[in-house]
Ligand binder design. Structure first.
Ligand code: PMP
Ligand code: GLN
Length: 400
């Protein structure tokens, strides 16, 4: 019998924690997904397309109507001038778009600048593509980089940088000056930016999402990645968008053709309809999420947690040390799910080097009852945890 082959790839923390939540019947504030069914009008379009529409292979790069709708949406909402046919490719979720970007563009030995905390898929895929990650650590509460950090990370070997903005798990939306600085480094070092912007529509208050592709010199050196799953709160749909100048798009499509080749046509046509008919949704959805963010924040502060501010995404973070909890994030999350019945994400799992170990990510795209149950259970988890000596009572704080 052949030797068994064991994967060296890690198990993703999102599945680990959701698996525990399912097995233990815990409230799941870990993995990011809403607990409502999503916009009915778009789901009805998908159902109709399954029953009455086309269900065979669509064109490899996506349905023309969806590619047009993506270009139109980004023209209206972000002022982009994308050509639907030469610059937009439809993928099976942003995850496939990331894989296509890494596998289609990276050559063995290329250095790739990546910021920690890092979305779980990036490093394993970059390495399988032969890339050499160069890690830059961002630290709470602001999670920002500066000129000195970029100077230390970029060199003549750098070929790519991966930017996730708005950021999961930090909940930050980068200000203009940070994006301008990164664009300056990309141009100076002839680097292509792979921009994971799946959270672009989920931005709160005065924060504003600015796509890196609009910065000077970046139009030809950016791959912009979006996700209908995040735009419409239908995370299981897995319809992603890859947008880039024609030369880059050519390489991206070559990878996409051998990854999935296509994406279900019925979902594509429903997303195309959604992008053309959801002006109100794109205004109301972030407002509703902001209200949920505030409900979770206020409940957690009441229970003695120190909450870090969130400007976008489905996520906020708590700082355990500042909450008086003398446990690392992973131990706290295991205790929470096993002994208090609530799942969360230890942010240290999204670091490869020198992890920050006191931050726990919580998902607030949930009904009020779910959030309230989560708060109660997190309070119990805090009660069950050892406390820091100087922590009674904890002094909650909310950095901007
Ligand atoms: N990138 C980031 C930063 C994400 O948060 C997610 C999903 N939460 C993805 C990519 C994957 O998106 P999709 O479900 O469309 O594959
Ligand atoms: N992006 C989701 C999150 O951050 C998880 C998606 C996944 O599990 N791959 O929670």
């Amino acid at each position: 019998m052949a030797n068994p082959i064991f994967s060296t790839l890690p198990m993703t923390v999102f599945e680990e924690m959701s698996g525990l939540a399912r097995d233990l019947g815990a409230v799941n504030l870990g993995q990011g997904f809403p607990d409502d069914p999503g916009p009915e009008s778009i789901r009805a379009k998908a159902a109709d397309a399954i029953l009455n529409g086309y269900n065979q292979y669509p064109p490899m790069a996506g349905l023309p109507e969806l590619r047009q709708a993506v270009a139109g949406h980004y023209g209206r909402t972000q002022g982009l001038d994308l050509d639907a046919l030469s610059e937009v490719t439809i993928t099976s979720g942003a995850t496939e778009a990331l894989a296509a970007a890494f596998l289609g563009l990276i050559e063995p030995g290329d250095e790739v600048v990546v910021f920690q905390p890092v979305y779980d898929a990036y490093l394993p895929l970059i390495r399988r593509a032969g890339g050499v990650p160069k890690l830059v650590s961002l630290r709470p509460p602001l999670w920002r980089f500066d000129r000195a950090t970029l100077e230390a990370a970029f060199s003549e070997r750098t070929r790519f940088v991966v930017l996730n903005n708005p950021n999961n798990p930090a909940g930050t939306v980068l200000p203009h000056e940070d994006l301008a600085l990164l664009a300056e480094f990309c141009v100076a070092h002839d680097v292509t930016a792979i921009c994971d912007e799946v959270w672009e529509q989920v931005v709160f208050g005065n924060a504003r999402h600015r796509p890196l592709i609009t910065y000077p010199g970046m139009r030809e050196r950016c791959v912009k990645i979006g996700s209908a799953g995040k735009m419409f709160g239908l995370t299981g749909w897995k319809v992603g968008f890859l947008c880039a100048a024609p030369v880059l798009t050519h390489s991206l499509a070559r990878a996409h053709q051998f990854l999935t080749f296509t994406t279900p046509p019925n979902l594509q046509s429903a997303v195309a309809w959604g992008l053309e008919n959801s002006e109100d949704w794109f205004v109301q959805m972030p407002r509703d999420l902001e209200r949920s963010r505030d409900r979770l924040t206020e409940g957690l502060i009441r229970e003695g947690f120190a909450v870090l501010g969130s400007q976008g995404t489905y996520f906020l973070n708590v700082d355990l040390a500042a909450s008086g909890v003398a446990l690392g994030d992973r131990d706290f999350c295991l205790r929470s799910v096993k002994d208090a019945g609530v799942a969360a994400i230890p942010v240290s799992a999204l670091f490869e080097e020198a992890p920050v170990t006191s931050i726990v990510r919580l998902c607030f795209s949930k009904r009020d009852e779910t959030l309230d149950a989560g708060i109660e259970r997190l309070a119990k988890a805090r009660e069950l945890s050892p406390k820091t000596a100087d922590s009674a009572p904890a002094s909650p704080r909310t950095p901007a």
